[in-house]
Design a protein around this ligand. Sequence first.
Ligand code: AOS
Ligand code: ZN
Ligand code: ZN
Ligand code: ZN
Length: 424
Amino acid sequence: MLLTKLQIEQHNEALLKQHQRNFEFVSGCIPNADALIKKLIDFQVAIPSWALGNGGTRFGRFAGKGEPSTLEQKLEDVGLLHQLNRSSGAISLHIPWDIPKDAGALKQLAAQLDLKFDAMNSNTFQDQPGQQLSYKFGSLQHVDKAVRQQAIDHNIEVIKYGKELGAESLTVWLADGSCFPGQLNFRKAFNNTLDSLGIIYDALPDNWKMFVEYKAYEPNFYSTTVGDWGQSYLFASKLGDKAYTLVDLGHHLPNANIEQIVALLLNEKKLGGFHFNDSKYGDDDLTVGSIKPYQLFLIFKELVEGMDARGMDHTKDLGWMIDASHNVKDPLEDLLQSVEAIKIAYAQALLVDPKKLEAAQQNNDVVLAQELLQGAYRTDVRPLLAAARLKAGAALDPIGLYRQLKVREQLVKERGEHAVATGL
Ligand code: AOS
Ligand code: ZN
Ligand code: ZN
Ligand code: ZN
């Protein structure tokens, strides 16, 4: 289902007065609100196809209702999000969960919904029905050359699908590693993985990037072959200029200083993109900004500073994507919350005055440096985001409108109560 322009306009009309009051207050306190709003309008966050249904844990999955069960329906869900916030203009596909049967028709549908195809994701962490060799003991790292070759071929096939759709990057996340000491020769696992990635890298079109995603643990619990940013950085730098590290916020050991990692990877020209999410204890399942919003702000502060220092384009020089699992919320509402949290952190980071901060740092004025950061972080930028949405033709209150129009109920009617999304 899609919204009409009129539905959005009527919703905005009803909220306009209150919005204007909020906006006047905050825009009076900050310099150059118009330029900031323009940046917010341009900033788009990709939605992963596998986040559109309810996820689960190894203990169980409680399916939602009216989930998208075809690739077309997944595109429609993202199209709907994009109508509501005009900030979700891309979808990231996962092979084999999203094999495009008719790439031409899909591209047409995406164009109608004003969506782009973001990074393509390969999957060598599961065995698919009919698959010849098993990934139980790894894929690109495997001791058996034939298993490695199967995983390489799969990645090259994913690039082929991506080319047909006009995508321009491949994200490789590997579950490879070991569960027990002695199971694996670390050096050999690393070198096998490097060789395998090298063959995939050679199959990349010139204008493509390869993102090497790292993860501290899970599903393997003793070692992960791409386990941290250092290991990813080693692979990315040995592979070549088209290979980058991808930072998934949930893939670090507790209390890791992610903002510092981000700053240094940017400095080394090896930061490729993000998977946004949040976590309290481990992994990566929660709504962005729901647990550690200050950390998210600090990450964006490094991104803005580092990208500006290198003359990078905020909108397209890094890959921005959400990667979370929605176990108890309506995934579409959860994704709206995540996009909002990302843009709040981005807007707050844009409020940090780089000159003043630099002066404070030069003077070792620790108190002033903290005041500058926390002053930006404690600014309520939500009216600026709302102003950007209003200007872009989106809803002033996306979740409010979603609920008011009973979108989920409509989707259940269209797709059936038990329609289940493919994927995680
Ligand atoms: C797994 O933990 C990684 O975050 C992956 O990026 C992603 O969730 C996976 O590829 C989806 O299947
Ligand atoms: Zn237990
Ligand atoms: Zn991820
Ligand atoms: Zn993850």
